[in-house]
Design a protein around this ligand. Structure first.
Ligand code: M6R
Length: 607
């Protein structure tokens, strides 16, 4: 959450580069944006704007930045203090000499602020961040790194901090703990960013900073201190095959990413499943299979948590291994019983989610086997896990997770098949699933042709204020995932429920204005779902049925969205696509910003 970006390079380029960097980091928070530039004559300019980066761009459009060679910028996801210009970053010290941007939360900011106020410092904002720059100025001893060393001893919490000094335009400095930060090295410029991918195309190589690092960069030198000593961090070469995601002909990234799912489902299995010989290949899983794993715990948040719930279904059904799935925020603080025959799987698209990362570190410290299912290579969770499966979904820009979810589920299915073949999974079932996986991309492509039909049904319900999403067994997980998406994208209240549980209380909510979506591919629980639909209908409720084409009960539903069902294990991949489009079209018809829904950010790096 929050994006920090720094540039040190050519005269006249700082504002342009910082604005471009902020645009690429906007997914990390879009409540407000701001920048500060400095020139060799000790002029600084701080410009801030509430709202998206474009508002800042408009504000700076007619300004002259020709003398500025160094700059920092910030995109904010508000934690402390409302969404106002005064609370926008950067924040400036009392004298105006130091300016800071920050990603994270300073937990003891109130105590530090009280201490500074007692010394006659005055504050312009309600933020926790402002204390860092005031305290830095108060402690400054003429040396950035020694002052920073003492500053970090005073701060509790998470931070990625970048400072600029009005009196020295040739330097940027800062520190990080828990919040991600990279230093990038280009031909004529140096960069600092929350995300390596924001620097692709600008740099040749980069350093991923570690927690506790205190850095100082100039145009021809850099220095990183770790625990008081010079640290020799590896400079990594940019992977030229990585590209910045572009929209192409799509109106937004969400729709583009939904339509990329047939391709990413090919990528996630490439080299892992040989469809002609029915063999599975993974050195990591070959190692995991030797550990004698008897239990698995999955730890994740949000959509990644839902993929873990589907993972539980696969691992229990196919590999016969009992699985617990716990949300990271709860797992982190609960009592743990780490044993050598248990595997802990941490799932994260971004690889940055702070509660998932912290949970992983705790299990690792206790000697547990850890495993990551992560989309972003080089991210904190992938590095801390050390082993796992990359989901290979490519950059996911839309805040709502779509293609990352299906590839996470695909990784769980692959893991379950791998462990299942060692644990006595019926070979016919094993082959049936592998055959089904080979047809999955084509099946999803066919389903995507129904986009317009799904839109028409979805828009009929766009003005409802509440929804039930109903299902049984693993389809309940799909219901949970898409209930989350409807809230996230359309700002409409919805609840996921086991259709069988409805009559134990919640059916009291049903009336003509409270529609239900029933997800059912037609398996053995189909008659039970049909009974639940009848019960809803009897009380004046409407049921939209996401249903296999051959189902015969259509007369009892207000509307149906039909699909060619596959085998039970693979239907979630299809059902989720229907519900992605359902939520997308409702949100779109209500004029929501589907790529950047309100109040959210793509990666959650604060508790
Ligand atoms: O990056 P992660 O997968 O760790 O993120 C976890 C959740 O914050 C994320 O899945 C969130 O729920 C999505 N915005 C949902 O679409």
């Amino acid at each position: 959450m929050c994006g920090v970006f720094g540039y040190l390079g050519q005269s006249g380029q700082a504002a342009r580069e910082v604005l471009a960097g902020l645009q690429r980091l906007e997914y990390r928070g879009y409540d407000s944006a701001g920048l500060c530039v400095v020139d060799a004559d000790h002029h600084t300019r701080v410009i801030r704007a509430v709202g998206k980066v474009n508002n800042l761009r408009v504000k700076t459009d007619s300004m002259d930045f020709s003398s500025f060679s160094t700059g920092i910028g910030h995109t904010r996801w508000a934690t402390h203090g409302g969404i106002t210009e005064a609370n926008c970053h950067p924040h400036t010290s009392q004298s105006g000499r130091f300016v800071v941007i920050h990603n994270g939360i300073i937990e003891n900011y109130a105590d530090l602020k009280a201490e500074l106020i007692a010394k006659w410092y005055t504050f312009q904002s309600e933020t926790d961040t402002e204390v860092t720059v005031q305290l830095f100025e108060d402690m400054f001893d003429g040396d950035y790194q020694s002052t920073m060393t003492r500053l970090v001893q005073r701060m509790h919490g998470a931070y990625g901090l970048v400072f600029i000094d009005r009196d020295n335009s040739w330097v940027l400095f800062g520190t990080k703990k828990w919040s991600p930060m990279v230093l990038g090295f280009g031909t004529d410029a140096r960069y600092i960013s929350s995300d390596y991918r924001s620097l692709i195309g600008l740099i040749d190589d980069y350093i991923i900073l570690e927690d506790g690092d205190i850095f100082q960069i100039t145009s021809d030198n850099y220095q990183i201190l770790s625990e008081g000593h010079l640290a020799d961090r590896t400079r990594q070469i940019v992977d030229e095959s990585e590209k910045i995601a572009e929209l192409g002909d799509f109106p937004n990234f969400m729709l583009k990413e939904v339509f990329e799912q047939p391709r990413v489902l090919e990528d996630v299995f490439r080299g892992r499943i040989d469809f002609s010989s029915y063999s599975l290949h993974s050195d990591t899983l070959a190692h995991i299979a030797t550990l004698g794993i008897k239990r698995i715990t999955v730890v994740a948040s949000g959509t990644s948590y839902h993929s873990g719930l589907l993972g539980k279904y696969y691992l229990e059904e196919l590999a016969g291994i009992p699985v617990d799935v716990v949300v990271s925020t709860e797992f982190k603080y609960k009592k743990k019983f780490v044993t050598p025959d248990e595997l802990y799987i941490f799932v994260s698209q971004s690889g940055e989610t702070i509660d998932t990362l912290d949970s992983l570190k705790i299990v690792k410290e206790q000697g547990g086997h850890v495993f990551g299912i992560v989309n972003v290579p080089g991210s904190a969770i992938s590095r801390a896990a050390g082993q796992g499966l990359f989901t290979r979904a490519g950059t996911e820009v839309g805040v709502a997770s779509t293609k990352a979810f299906v590839t996470q589920v695909a990784c769980f299915l692959f893991l379950a098949l791998y462990l299942g073949q060692k644990n006595g999974l019926d070979y016919r079932k094993y082959r049936e699933i592998i055959d089904g996986i080979s047809k999955l991309p084509e099946a999803i492509s066919t389903l995507l042709l129904q986009n317009e039909a799904i839109k028409q049904v979805a828009e009929k319900y766009a003005h409802s204020h509440n929804f039930f999403y109903l299902g049984r067994a693993h389809e309940l997980v799909i219901a949970m995932e898409w209930s989350l998406k409807l809230k996230e994208l359309a700002y409409i209240h919805s609840e996921a429920y086991s259709s069988g549980e409805l009559k134990h209380g919640s059916i009291a909510l049903i009336d003509a204005e409270f529609p239900s979506l029933m997800i059912n591919w037609g398996g053995i629980l189909s008659p039970k779902n049909a009974s639940s639909a009848e019960e809803i209908r009897a009380r004046g409720g409407k049921v939209v049925w996401i249903i296999a084409k051959w189902d015969t009960n259509k007369h009892i539903y207000a509307d149906t969205i039909e699909f060619d069902s596959l085998i039970s294990e693979l239907n979630p991949f299809l059902e989720v696509v229907i519900l992605q489009l359902w939520a997308y079209h409702i949100a779109n018809s209500l004029g929501r910003d589907v790529d950047k829904p309100r109040n959210l950010a793509k990666s959650v790096t604060v508790e």
